[in-house]
Design a protein around this ligand. Sequence first.
Ligand code: HEM
Length: 269
Amino acid sequence: MKCPTYSSWFRERRLDAVCQILRLPAVMLSQIPGIGPVVKAASTTVGQKILMAITGLLLCGFLVTHLAGNLLLYAGAKQFNHYAESLHSWGILLNVAEVGLFTLFMAHIGLACSTHAMNRQARRSQYTQKESKQEPMALPSGGASGWMFVTGVIIAFFLVVHITDMRLKKNPFIDYSPAYQNGPEAGPDEFVAVRLVLTNWTAIAYVIGLLALGIHLSHGFRSALQTLGVNHPRWNRLLEIISLLFAWTITLGFLSLVTWAAMTSGTSN
Ligand code: HEM
């Protein structure tokens, strides 16, 4: 056991404060007649883990569709731009979907912080030896589970960079003018814009972010299924393998696009 120091005491007080702040929305919602019991259940560690599993799996669904759309880059500029145009033609519906997606990300991140803080608060002392429920198939020393929080933080940073440079096209280190050859009113050529982003030095953030995603998913996907009751001694090994396959298929799929951009930059298609 470690001796409590001033810094650990200070860290515990900070965690208490974070927990109180994160609980506020739940406390306020639980006052609304009718939904109180549901909200109360969701403010327990178990309830939050279930919500985290559901939001995580929904985000996995987004990743599958997002990768499928982006793989159209291999089909060429015409097909990819057609896909991007049809997405943007959704207009207000796309904005609603974006708000929904943003809420999902925020809920997942908020729940992760909250359960992390609540677990730490409940224990009050750190494990001297960390153990994982799953066997370390992906990484040594506790496997990917010990990396969940840190990879989550890296993915969150990656998302900020990604939305800024791909969605908003506001990365100050990138000259987007080749994507606006037909004039600003015609909108960007998305195919050109994606290649500009992926061949800029900020693509390093993509490689780091995507590797963090692979580690995060390789544990997170299995863990979410386990939380939701998909758990049987006979099938557990198979489920672990499926999770690893899912995680690294998604990751390598995205990473292949970074490689493709580097190899084809300077060509017209
Ligand atoms: C090489 C990898 C990737 C490429 C080429 C890519 C490409 C894109 C593009 C082109 C957009 C803009 C779409 C638009 O203008 O409507 C976009 C948006 C977005 N991407 Fe990615 N993406 C990649 C990886 C990822 C990953 C790993 C995540 C999640 C962890 C992600 C999450 C998002 C989100 C949340 C948006 C905003 C959605 C929206 O506002 O419509 N992307 N991505």
